[in-house]
Design a protein around this ligand. Sequence first.
Ligand code: C5J
Length: 224
Amino acid sequence: MITVKAQPFDFAFDPASVALIVIDMQRDFIEPGGFGETLGNDVSHLQRAVQPTADLLALFRTRGWPVIHTREDHLPDLSDCPPSKRNRGAPSLRIGDNGPMGRILVRGEPGAEIVPACAPCAGEIVVDKPGKGAFHATDLGAILAGLGTRSLVFAGVTTEVCVQTTMREANDRGFDCLLIEDATESYFPAFKAATLDMIRAQGGIVGWTTPLARLVQALEGEPT
Ligand code: C5J
């Protein structure tokens, strides 16, 4: 077992049954001109998570531990996008509309791709998801069962939406979940802080959180 100093208490995991899940590090959320910006957000907040997530990916890849990426996107005919999602609010561009990076949040379009620094390597699993939670309407549960995963390390954006939703889904399915604090960001710093608090409140009601440096520290001296 490997033990990481974390909140609300140490997080212990078996390296034989751990996987990294990187949520929605997509150009549409992180780069100017994408979905995030059409909703009126300052996307520069999310850019802070890119390098720590790339470093976390390198940590898992060096050890040969499984890596799963998710992308929030929709089929080109939008048949998997409920009208309630497409019509919500007053964005300058809606899901499926043409923007500077192709059709907003449509699978296969440039904006739906993962930012280059965190791009999947050959053989890594990519889960396309129509919802905020990565278990909803996807094969993620079966994929994790096939890998024999018990513990999940989380990174990605945004902290309080797709990351938190997926962590809660995973927690309810019996996974121990650790969120890497500097490898996740929100458009709203206060929402990120509140989400980290919520996750680890009440004895880790959703899971654990820790900075990347603590995971690195725990892995020092472990065989690669
Ligand atoms: C949002 C996400 N915020 N990946 N998606 O709409 O968190």
